[in-house]
Design a binder for this molecule. Structure first.
Ligand code: ARG
Length: 570
């Protein structure tokens, strides 16, 4: 649809030129002004002329009439001026033929914009804290972050996915103390991260009774900072055990990171930034601590050094940004975290600007709302925290149960149950605008009906099964559109690229989930109302198969943008 919008916009611009040659408008401006009328009786596209009346000093009704005069394009069946709107009716057959040939030609690249070519984006996401639970609070950063990576890759950007592991801090001193006192190597090797979390929890319990443990922990962390080889070895082992756990979840989601440089990596890079702040006169001493005053910008001060001289989070993030700029020369650095961290990001972004770093306007914070879970008893030994792992396991188990009833002989059932179970969670989560607080309803997410992951994956499988039943068909057939359902499906499929662009511009994967639901709805209406294999003529049958194939391509490409597996059989 985008190329049709462009062709129409060029023509409109030409007509506008006859009214005023120096309107200053571009084709892109016009493309943005084109609207989809709420009622298709008013056309497939509409151009609201009142938006130009000021610039052209002409009444909208008059502008619409000028544009409509002799407006001809291959894609346009007819166009008319109505009450200051220029309404365009597209030639359904033309749009359909273009759609079919384009989806076949471009395949996995169908719908891909190209504005990211030659540019680099680094994305900082997921970033769990070692030896602490990987819980549902991390679901947002993990799946939104990954989806934004896929979206940017699709648009041609070179993407670097960074897992900024929380792998440094006094908690490691605590863990070292706890391990030496109560730990057991074999048990930890066997039990993984849970055992580390247990040790961590135990440390806090014991420290309640005996405060000297805290001093001991600080001492061990200090030794770690100084490079004590035994402590370093323990720390590396804790990180390794934690990563093994995370990687199971990442594998289920199909996520891979390009870098795992965590907080520890930046420890020796911070002093230079602190020094720079000091030299520039940006540091202020406040009650013994060093801060950057941001009152002028309406924010509380950004904390740089604690009273004891130890560093806080902002200088670490600043050092990481400087390092990433030097290493990847990014055009954009995206950070996906809960909205609770918005102030932290706004503060250190400002400090980066005050430090004179020219990349300050390339830093983007993408926040998201909170998640809670209703009804499902998912609490774990670690208290009220719901682990991502357990959430997925529950979903997979439930889906496996449903599948046992529906389709007990399905081949590769286990893998499919995993893809659908995990997909259900991801789809449900990404269906909402990211800033909305989500109350997770497990039953709703897993339902095969309604606007769910299983429903859209089922629709994808349906397109696969139609195409495998049909066998070969003439892919160069003439496209003949005879029903409203076909026409609607074509228009919906043709809007893919616009939705991709919208999702990237607004950092909003939910644009894609909503679009997937539109496509699934349009396909299922078409499937139920138009006989495909039993169509009245070969031409119509071929058209319907071609539309089915185009749907499979679009759904498949869209799934790839939100970590949803393409399930060929359900
Ligand atoms: N590890 C932090 C947490 O779990 C998130 C880190 C976010 N990224 C960053 N560059 N600060 O809350």
């Amino acid at each position: 649809m985008l190329y049709i919008k462009k062709a129409i916009s060029e023509k409109i611009l030409e007509k506008v030129g006859t009214i005023n040659q120096d309107s200053g408008l571009t084709v892109e401006d016009i493309v943005k002004m084109l609207e989809y009328p709420p009622d298709s009786k008013m056309g497939d596209l509409a151009f609201p002329c009142f938006k130009l009346s000021k610039a052209l000093r002409m009444a909208p009704v008059k502008i619409a009439t000028v544009i409509a005069e002799g407006f001809e394009l291959p894609a346009v069946e007819r166009a008319e001026a109505v009450n200051g709107y220029f309404n365009i009716f597209l030639d359904g057959g033309y749009v359909a033929s273009k759609l079919v040939s384009e989806t076949m030609e471009k395949g996995e690249r169908y719908g891909a914009p190209s504005f990211g070519e030659g540019k680099t984006v680094v994305l900082d996401y997921s970033s769990p804290n070692v030896a602490k639970p990987f819980h549902i609070g991390h679901l947002g950063t993990t799946v939104i972050g990954h989806s934004l990576k896929k979206l940017h890759e699709f648009a041609g950007y070179k993407c670097v996915g960074i897992n900024y592991l929380g792998d440094w801090g006094t908690q490691f001193g605590k863990l070292i103390v706890a391990y030496r006192k109560w730990g057991n190597r074999e048990l930890i090797e066997a039990g993984g991260i849970d055992k580390l979390v247990e040790l961590y929890v135990r440390f806090h319990e014991e420290a309640e009774k005996d405060a000297s443990l805290n001093d001991e922990a600080r001492g061990e962390f200090h030794k770690l900072e100084e490079g004590d080889s035994e402590n370093i070895a323990l720390w590396q082992w804790f990180v390794k055990i934690s990563l093994e756990e995370y990687s199971k979840t990442y594998r289920q989601l199909g996520i891979e990171f390009d870098s795992y440089k965590g907080e520890s990596f930046y420890t020796d890079k911070m002093p230079a930034e602190v020094e720079k702040l000091r030299n520039m006169g940006l540091l202020k001493i406040d009650d013994g601590a060093s801060i950057v005053d941001l009152e002028e910008y309406g924010m509380p001060p950004c904390l740089i050094l604690k009273r004891d001289g130890s560093t806080l989070d902002p200088p670490r993030d600043i050092a990481a940004a400087v390092y990433r700029k030097a290493t990847y020369d990014f055009d954009k650095a995206i950070y996906v975290t809960s909205a609770g961290q918005s102030l932290h990001f706004a503060q250190w972004f400002k400090v980066v600007e005050l430090m004179g770093y020219d990349f300050h306007d390339k830093l983007v914070h993408v926040p998201y709302g909170t998640v809670s879970i209703n009804g499902a008893k998912l609490a774990t030994r670690t208290g009220n925290v719901i682990l991502l792992r357990d959430l997925f396991a529950t979903a997979i188990e439930k889906v496996a149960g449903i599948m046992d009833e529906k389709n007990p002989n399905l081949e590769g059932k286990e893998k499919i149950a995993e893809e659908i179970g995990v997909g259900a969670i991801v789809f449900y989560y990404l269906s909402n605008n990211r800033m909305r607080d989500i109350n997770f309803m497990m039953e709703d997410a897993l339902s095969f009906e309604g606007n769910t992951g299983p429903y859209v994956q089922y629709t994808y499988a349906r397109t696969c099964s139609v195409l495998s039943k049909s066998g070969d068909y003439d892919k160069n057939c003439d496209i003949t559109i005879t029903t409203e359902e076909e026409a609607d499906l074509v228009k919906t499929l043709a809007k893919f690229e616009e939705n991709v662009i919208d999702a990237i511009e607004s950092y909003e994967p939910s644009v894609i989930t909503r679009y997937i639901l539109d496509v699934a709805g349009a396909y299922n209406r078409f499937y139920h109302n138009c006989s495909i294999l039993g169509a009245e003529s070969v031409e119509i049958k071929n058209t319907r198969l071609a539309l089915t194939e185009a749907t499979r391509t679009v759904l498949g490409n869209a799934f790839g943008l939100i970590c949803l597996a393409k399930t060929e059989k359900v």
